[in-house]
Unconditional design. Structure first.
Length: 479
């Protein structure tokens, strides 16, 4: 770390907020919190922006709740500020963020003697910020900590610059002036994989189910469209996961595990996430041109339903788990549409009850780990702690209903066309029961910490019984 000029307790230190003190941009966060509150605000955003960025920031800040205590502060830089404050130095928060946000941060930290921020008429950025500080402290009468291109005019009027987690322009300035700087946390491969939720792609293997059950998986005319459907669903799912993570930032930051997601902890920026989401959705749309039109309709419905789930449905009692079960079933329907295969009523009925049980497991675990009191809803959900017993009962009932549907299917006329020895398929019933009831027992024991679908795909005991079930299906076809 290079130092051009030693800091002085007699020299005020002005500190930027967005990107400097916190590893996020409060305007972007505010936009998505407003849209989460009511998506119709999307039509007002350009109207406010036409009156200027200052008006946009003020309108957003006045309409959303803001908790400064959960923001991703840059801990190394904040420790430096606390040390400067302890030495008697005056610290001033000077930011282009909206006034309610800036004052909330200042009150939370308790280290700033004054706060200067944007209001409904003035966007306090770049030259305006520089002019205000010169007016307050005089030319070269202050030091300034900032992070990006808009801070260059302020650096040039300050006695000394402190460059924090710089963008390219600020980094070039720092290197040319040898100013003091604090490095940003660089995203690694794990951060990008977390962003994409690669482990969730396992769920998209469901698109191969129709081809497998129709014994056409080795047929290139079926396999290739199924692969295309898998790629499209992975791209679309990751695109929507990114938007969901941005919308849920305040909730994720209060969660024991989700607070480590790359957008929640500030490792990745919201604009970067939006660009990635747009690119992934473009891939999904491009794949649709190589698949039947019915597939495009199904994946379009999936995108709409998933977006609705993120914005509102996830907070609706029971509707949320029914929606989740439906989204799993849509993957199966998409596989059928892509490969142009017949769709089985039995398969859809089984999948709805089976995945409803797994969705209820997720809610059951969330209720277990929730710390809210009785009569209070858990964060972002429509459930209360006293609902845990009925959620568990409903989940187990759904598991047994799924196995009942499977039993009826094995005895139906439909199976005769696919299996020469249907009686060999019967052990699938206890296999399914074993998988789901074991998950519920682990949940009751407080030992279920993963997404149930991902758990099935990664748990070695589940893998063994799934492979055994697959061998039984092969035997039923050839014996």
């Amino acid at each position: 770390m290079n130092v051009r000029v030693q800091n002085s307790v007699d020299m005020p230190l002005a500190v930027d907020l967005d990107g400097t003190l916190v590893a996020t941009d409060l305007l972007w966060e505010g936009v998505f919190q407003l849209l989460k509150k009511n998506p119709l605000f999307l039509f007002l955003l350009p109207v406010w922006l036409m009156s200027g960025k200052a008006r946009l920031k003020a309108e957003i800040a006045n309409r959303i709740e803001f908790d400064a205590s959960i923001l991703p502060y840059r801990e190394d830089f904040l420790a430096f500020l606390n040390a400067e404050k302890a030495s008697g130095r005056e610290l001033v928060l000077v930011t282009a963020a909206a006034e309610p946000f800036a004052r909330a941060v200042a009150e939370h930290l308790g280290i700033f003697s004054a706060v200067h921020s944007s209001n409904a008429e003035i966007n306090l950025a770049a030259h305006r910020k520089a002019a205000l500080l010169v007016e307050q402290f005089g030319e070269r009468g202050f030091d300034y900590a900032g992070n990006d291109r808009a801070d260059i005019p302020v650096f040039e009027t300050a006695r000394a610059a402190i460059v924090v987690a710089p963008d390219r322009t600020a980094l070039r300035y720092q290197q040319s002036t040898k100013s003091r700087h604090f490095e940003r946390t660089r995203p690694d491969l794990k951060s990008y994989l977390k962003m994409l939720r690669v482990h969730q792609w396992l769920k998209n293997l469901l698109v191969f189910t129709p081809a497998i059950l129709a014994h056409e998986i080795a047929n290139p005319d079926v396999l290739l469209p199924s692969l295309g459907a898998f790629v499209a669903f992975c791209a679309a799912a990751s695109a929507i996961y990114i938007i969901n993570d941005i919308i849920d930032l305040p909730l994720d930051r209060q969660h024991v595990k989700k607070r480590n997601r790359p957008f929640a902890n500030g490792t990745l920026s919201i604009p970067f996430g939006l660009a990635m989401s747009g690119g992934l959705m473009t891939i999904a749309v491009a794949m649709c041109f190589f698949l039947p039109p019915a597939f495009a309709l199904v994946i379009g419905l999936y995108a709409i339903a998933t977006t609705a789930y993120s914005l509102a449905v996830k907070r609706m009692l029971l509707i949320d788990v029914l929606c989740l079960a439906g989204l799993y079933s849509l993957r199966i329907i998409a596989g059928k549409a892509a490969a142009d295969l017949p769709l089985s009523f039995w398969l859809i009925a089984f999948s709805m009850f089976f995945f409803l049980s797994l969705a209820l497991v997720k809610r059951y675990v969330e209720l277990q780990t929730s710390k809210v009191s009785e009569r209070d809803r858990i964060a972002g959900r429509g459930y209360r702690p006293e609902d845990m017993a009925i959620v568990g009962q409903a989940g187990i009932a759904s598991a047994f209903t799924a196995t009942l549907v499977l039993s009826l299917y094995i005895q139906s006329q439909e199976i005769i066309g696919y299996y020469s020895s249907p009686w060999l398929i019967w052990p699938l019933v206890p296999i399914v029961l074993y998988i789901v009831i074991r998950i519920w027992i682990l949940a009751y024991r407080r030992e279920m910490h993963d997404d149930p679908v991902v758990f099935i795909a990664t748990d070695w005991r589940s893998q063994i019984v799934v492979v055994f079930g697959g061998l039984l299906m092969l035997a039923g076809n050839f014996i």
